[in-house]
Ligand binder design. Structure first.
Ligand code: GLU
Length: 429
């Protein structure tokens, strides 16, 4: 693996360059270069056919200076230690930047959940929860959804935790279903927060074009919501893709909600060209559409490119071909360091992941707070608070980038590091 394509090596480079700019305390820098706890567990699972399969799981706790470790659990066949190390570090930075009282953590299982039955998925989740039950807890470490996990899976985590520890586990995990203690608006929060942050950023950039064109890579809980919210707010979504393929309609995709229904029914997006409510490959020519791969989506002639799937998709190989004026990172870590440099030279503005996608964890914090304080906020209240948080973060990042003459990514890191340093200084004595 090349150095910069390893997400953890990349995080260390990002940490070094931003901490240099503010002469971060050496001891703190050393702390942030390592992880407080790395837990790897083995998960034997009895499959529906009676055979036993063993899966590998992780819970990585990067740092808890600001509060309990916090971050998602992902189910993906590419889950590995270095990826988890980077993702938990990015959570530390993200939580500090968006100003929630959490440190950073991340977990995952190396599995393609689409190959499991519902029963297998539940048994695997419960087995994983049993193996990590001693290191998680409402005031220790609070997991949440991430790639390929959802409210139902979070409810299994909460229920198994409660069963094992003999106490109410409601605040041990966020992103639960609303009828099981979840917050209104959590499901849509990453997408909604992304929309608030993008609109605020466009104002700062004085990007006034009407109906800007957008391509979104990824159609999971993040991609589908941001695409649909942006469409409702006048953006022209011209391309979307999931892991199996995508569609490109230069005139604009007519209705993201139709796409959601199609994907729900078929399991993929490819071929979903809609005329009215009929979505079919036979409409492709009529709509002037083109089938594309997820990689092709990245280099389309659009105003705004939104990677909303996995990390390291924009690399030195394709960065030179990117035509978008703005890359708005909704995935964690989609851009490698070499790609970042190429984009900067081309004058493409990158709005970094720890800012753009922090709406998810912001509403996770609201959920945790409501659980602990026995409150229930309406969706309107949640989105109002979310909007304020996102706009404030955007303001501060743009201001810092001006002050330090840095990229928005470095400015975001600088703000996060300064916040951690101030709390750490006070705690030390
Ligand atoms: N998985 C999400 C992220 O990467 C949300 C984490 C959380 O809510 O704790 O930000």
């Amino acid at each position: 693996m090349k150095k910069n394509n390893n997400p953890w090596e990349r995080s260390l480079v990002e940490l070094k360059s931003s901490s240099d700019k503010i002469s971060l305390n050496d001891m703190l820098l050393t702390l942030l270069k390592s992880h407080d706890r790395i837990l790897e567990v083995s998960l034997p699972l009895k499959m529906d056919d009676g055979k036993i399969k063993v899966f590998r799981g992780f819970r990585i706790q990067h740092n808890n200076i600001l509060g309990p470790y916090k971050g998602g659990i992902r189910y993906h066949e590419q889950v590995n230690l270095d990826e988890m190390k980077a993702l938990s570090f990015w959570m530390t930075m993200k939580n500090a930047l968006i100003d929630v009282p959490f440190g950073g953590g991340k977990g995952g299982i190396e599995v393609d959940p689409k190959t499991l039955s519902e029963g297998e998925l539940e048994r695997l989740t419960r087995a994983f929860t049993r193996k990590i039950k001693d290191v998680i807890g409402p005031h220790k470490d609070v997991p949440a959804p991430d790639v390929n996990t959802n409210p139902k899976i979070m409810a299994w985590v909460a229920s198994e935790y409660a069963k094992q520890n003999g106490k109410d586990g409601i605040a041990v995990v966020t992103g639960k279903p609303v009828d099981k203690g979840g917050s209104e608006g959590r499901k849509e929060a990453t997408g909604m927060g992304g929309m608030y942050a993008l609109i605020a950023s466009l104002k700062k950039l004085r990007f006034n074009k009407k109906n800007p064109t957008v391509a979104v890579q990824g159609f999971g809980n993040v991609g589908r919501y941001i695409a649909s919210f942006l469409q409702r707010n006048g953006f022209k979504i011209v391309a979307v893709s999931d892991s199996k393929g995508g569609i490109y309609i230069p005139d604009g995709i007519s209705d993201i909600e139709n796409l959601e229904k199609y994907k729900e029914a078929k399991g993929f997006l490819a071929g979903c060209y809609c005329v009215g409510s009929v979505c079919d490959i036979s409409n492709r020519e009529k709509r002037g559409g083109k089938d594309i791969t997820p990689a092709e989506l990245l280099t389309l002639p659009v105003d705004i490119l939104i990677p909303a799937a996995l990390e390291s998709v924009i690399t030195k190989i394709n960065a030179g071909k990117i035509q978008a004026k703005i890359v708005f990172e909704m995935a964690n870590g989609p851009t490698t360091i070499e790609a970042d440099e190429i984009l900067e030279k081309k004058g493409i503005t990158v709005i970094p992941d720890i800012l753009s996608n922090s709406g998810g964890v912001a509403v996770s914090y609201f959920e945790w707070f409501q659980n602990l304080n026995n409150k229930k906020w309406t969706k309107d209240e949640v989105f109002k608070k979310l909007k304020q948080k996102m706009e404030k973060a955007v303001d501060r990042v743009f201001e810092t980038s001006k002050k330090f003459k840095t990229t928005l990514r470095e400015a975001s890191y600088i703000l996060a590091l300064k916040k951690i340093e101030s709390v750490w200084e006070n705690k030390k004595d």
